[in-house]
Design a binder for this molecule. Structure first.
Ligand code: G3P
Length: 219
């Protein structure tokens, strides 16, 4: 599984998001490797309608239906077409108490990918919340041009995989080629999270295809 985090670049919302999503769909259809897009809540409905791809939000709030002006609920996102969400991404940190509340009220059919920046976070509180996935992203490696979680943190990934047991682990930060993917999978990760290498590329199709090669070699 590869999650492409669209973040909030100029080309990753509105028309740009749809264009990029269509490119990702083409590659996914050809490769049969699962690609999930984490997009802005504003774009979920349209991208789902036009591509049918599996989509995640980049974050949700702890509230459900009711008097909650301006907040985003899991129910609302599920109805719009999202299959889940990232949570506690290092660019959208959330206090552990809020994470626990969201996980406690988790809806069926709405997956939560809980992001941690360190193994300590996973150990201390994140694992206890029982998310669908734990995503390990050391923040200092995000968008790195020459290093990645795979090249810099292999021991940590291995430890985390062991610690998580049945909860699948995803890794991200600086992932940019098939070698990074291969290493991550060999260490026991079930997939990767990627952003800049694909969404900021002149040729996102080429970059995504290359990354998918890493899955084909290991899977
Ligand atoms: O959520 C994925 C993201 O934070 C990784 O970003 O640019 O290092 O692939 P990047």
């Amino acid at each position: 599984m590869i999650i492409i985090n669209f973040k909030l670049y100029k080309n990753t919302f509105g028309k740009g998001a749809l264009k990029l999503a269509k490119i990702c769909k083409k590659v996914m259809d050809e490769s049969k490797i699962e690609v999930v897009l984490a997009v802005s809540p504003v774009d979920i409905y349209k991208i789902k309608k036009e591509t049918g791809l599996k989509l995640y939000c980049q974050n949700i709030d702890e509230y459900e239906d009711g008097r909650w002006t301006g907040w985003i609920s899991a129910n609302q996102m599920k109805k719009a077409g999202a299959s889940g969400t990232l949570l506690n991404h290092s660019e959208h940190k959330i206090p552990p108490g809020k994470v626990k509340k969201i996980l406690k009220n988790k809806r069926k059919g709405f997956e939560i990918v809980l992001c941690v920046r360190s193994i300590g976070q996973a150990e201390k509180w994140a694992l206890k919340t029982k998310p669908d996935f734990i995503a390990y992203e050391p923040s200092y490696l995000i968008a790195s041009k020459d290093r990645s979680v795979s090249s810099e943190k292999p021991e940590a990934v291995k430890r985390l995989v062991k610690m998580c047991g049945k909860i699948p682990v995803l890794v991200g930060a600086g992932v940019k080629n098939k070698k990074d993917v291969e290493i991550a999978l060999k260490l026991g990760a079930k997939g990767v999270l990627v952003a800049s290498d694909i969404v900021c590329a002149d040729d996102p199709e080429k970059e995504l295809k290359e990354m998918i090669e890493g899955f084909k070699k290991v899977c």
